[in-house]
Each structure stands twice: as C-alpha cells, then as structure tokens.
Design a protein around this ligand. Structure first.
Ligand code: GLY
Length: 367
C-alpha cells in the first residue's frame, strides 16, 4: 500500500493508494473512525449499485454498520439545495455530532459530502473514498469542498480536511470512458506544474493508460497524489503555492459556467483550459513553443474534447467573476518550462480572446 501524508495546520492525514482497497476499507478505517461513531455514507445511485455492497461488507466484517444516503450525481447537483436535503435526512436518521460522513463517489459527491460534513452540527469528520480518477488524483485531497452558483463554480464552500482518503485504482475499471479520460486531463496537470515524469509517462504510455493498465494507473495516481500532498501541505488555504493547482482551471471554470455545466465534464474543461494556458503562455513569451505544443498535442491525444460554442467576450466576463480573480484581474497559471509554472496577473484581455478563438478553430477538435 502506498501511504502519502498530507500535513496541514488543520489536520494531518494519509492518502492511501492500493488496488482492492475499497474491499478492505472497513479494516483500514477501524482505527481511524471512533468505535462509537455512526457512519453515514453519501453516494450516488450508480456508485451505490456498483460499490455499495463491497463497502458494506468490509464494514460488517469488522462489526460496523453503514447507513447510506443517496444524492444525484453530475455537476448540476452540486448546489446548495442538495446540502439542505442531505442534512434533513441525516437528522431524520438520528445523526449526531460524533457521526462520521464517508463520501463515496466522484468529485461532485466528494465536494458536497465534504461541505455537508463541514457544516452539519458545525462540523463532523469526513472520510473521502473517491471513485473517479479525477477525484482520486485531485478533488478528494486537500480539503476543498463546495457547491456551484449559476454565476460561478465552487463559489460557496469550505476547507474541511478529511480523516483519510482511500484511493482504489480497481474501482476505475467501471468508470464510463468519458469520465475516465476527464480524470486523465487533471493528472496531466501535475506533470506540467511539478513533475515532468508524469507528463512523459502520459506522452509515452498513452495506449496502456487509455487501456486502464492497472499497475500503470496505480503508479500514475500515486505520483499525482504526491504532488498534490506536497503542494497542499505547503499551503493549505491557497495563499500562494496552492494556486499552481489551478493550471488550466482559469479558462476551464469559465467554460464550465458559460456552458451551464451541461456540455463539458470538469476534466474536459480543464483540458481546454490547459490548451488556453499553453496558447496564452506562448503569446506572452512565457511558454516556449515546444512546451506549448507538447501540452496541446497531449491534451488532444487524450481527447476527444467536446466542442464549445461560448463567445470569447462571455468567457471573459465569467473569468472576472471567478474566485481566482483578484481586484478585477484574473490570475493565470502559465508554464515556464515542463514542470514549472508561474502565476501571471497581467494577461491582456485581447490575448485571452485570441486564445479562445484559436481553440475553436483547432484542427484536432472533435465532437
Ligand atoms: N483542485 C485544486 C485544489 O485543490 O487546490
């Protein structure tokens, strides 16, 4: 088992990565979840159908019971109303302050489950068991929770570090293809921002990764988690270094919002956002042409990315409403070489507009 520590001022915990981990979750969590705590699992109907029984059995084996609460999946369910519904159901089932929430699912379930845990009775512990690649390498780690507003992504949320994160690469075998690829874009981000070996692995092992080679996937997840853990441990609340994790997210979030969370999966929006960052970086002479080309062609190698029709001016407006905008100025994370990035605050609007137009015309773009 790979055990990667996240050490933040609010809490220190481990991210565990191992094939088959979901089936032994009860044993692993026996020492982490106090014996007197009731355990409430927040999950989606699909994940419950596929993995609910395995998790239940693993708890029964150690004499513990799980209670399950379902919520719909999909970015459009990441809304405030969902929290109220879940909290009312927790109350009806008799949840109390000592209860623990387990978020079993992808990024949406993790963000909503984590948010719920952070505010229910002013806060109860949460364990994250991510079931998508995107959540295993990114959203389940680092304590960010949140829901969307129509005006922007993750505009309401909290920092609530989990008790533990359990990432089982085997659960990815049942992930729909589009979801799986969406997670690969988020994995690619770690190569660009910190560890070129991740990027090189994605360039050279495309077939095996798309074929979900289990050993390779386990390595990819562990390598990405190491970067995430390092960055979050250095800067829990995104006062500085953590901003590098937003590579591809500035334009990505704007596109998601502008397309009403209907057209693009989060990872796909990040894929487009990384293309935008490469074009913007190149236009500003921050990113050399080889690095920009490598980023763009590797994104498309893991495509197809759905086309989007958003107008540049509208995307710009969305950028200005994003959390990453400070004093009316959007912040962009741009690559200065493979494995190194810089936060840039003075990107002229015309350069952003030009990048968006170029993206629409890219010959590789497929539906
Ligand atoms: N997904 C970006 C972060 O956790 O900071």
């Amino acid at each position: 088992m790979t055990r990667i520590a996240v050490q933040t001022p609010s809490r220190s915990y481990d991210v565990l990565v191992e094939r088959g981990l979901l089936r032994s979750a009860g044993t692993v969590l026996r020492d982490i979840i106090p014996a007197e705590s009731r355990v409430f699992v927040v999950t989606s109907p699909r994940i419950r159908r596929v993995w609910g029984k395995s998790l239940q059995k693993s708890f029964i084996r150690v004499g513990r019971k799980l209670e399950i609460l379902e919520m719909p999946d999909g970015e459009r369910s990441k809304e405030l109303a969902q929290l109220e519904k879940l909290a009312s159901r927790l109350m009806k089932r008799g949840a109390e302050r000592q209860s623990v929430i387990v978020a079993l699912g992808g990024g949406v379930v993790g963000d909503v489950g984590g948010f719920l845990a952070s505010i229910f009775m002013r806060g109860v512990p949460v364990v994250q068991i991510p079931t998508t690649l995107l959540a295993q390498v990114d959203s389940a780690i680092g304590g960010k929770t949140g829901v969307n507003l129509a005006s922007g992504k993750n505009l309401l949320g909290t920092f609530h570090q989990p008790l533990a994160v359990l990432a089982d690469p085997d659960v990815l075998a049942t992930l729909p293809e589009r979801e799986y690829r969406s997670g690969l874009f988020e994995a690619m981000k770690y190569g660009v921002i910190r560890n070129p070996a991740i990027f090189e692995m994605m360039e050279s092992k495309r077939e095996a990764l798309l074929g979900r080679d289990r050993a390779l996937l386990e390595k990819l997840i562990a390598d990405c988690v190491r970067v995430k853990a390092e960055v979050v441990s250095a800067d829990e609340r995104e006062g500085g270094e953590r901003r590098i994790l937003n590579f591809g997210h500035t334009v990505g979030h704007a596109l998601e919002t502008e397309t009403s969370y209907r057209k693009l999966l989060h990872g796909e929006a990040v894929g487009w956002g990384m293309v935008a960052a490469a074009l913007i970086g190149y236009a500003l002479d921050k990113t050399d042409s080889l690095t920009a080309q490598r980023i763009i062609s590797t994104v498309f190698a893991y495509g197809p990315l759905p086309r989007f029709k958003a107008q540049g001016g509208q995307v710009l407006k969305r950028l200005l409403a994003d959390k990453k905008t400070v004093g009316g100025v959007p912040h962009f994370v741009l690559a200065t070489s493979m494995g190194k990035v810089e936060v840039v605050k003075d990107v002229p609007q015309r350069v952003v507009l030009q990048a968006i137009e170029e993206m629409k015309n890219l010959a590789w773009a497929r539906v």
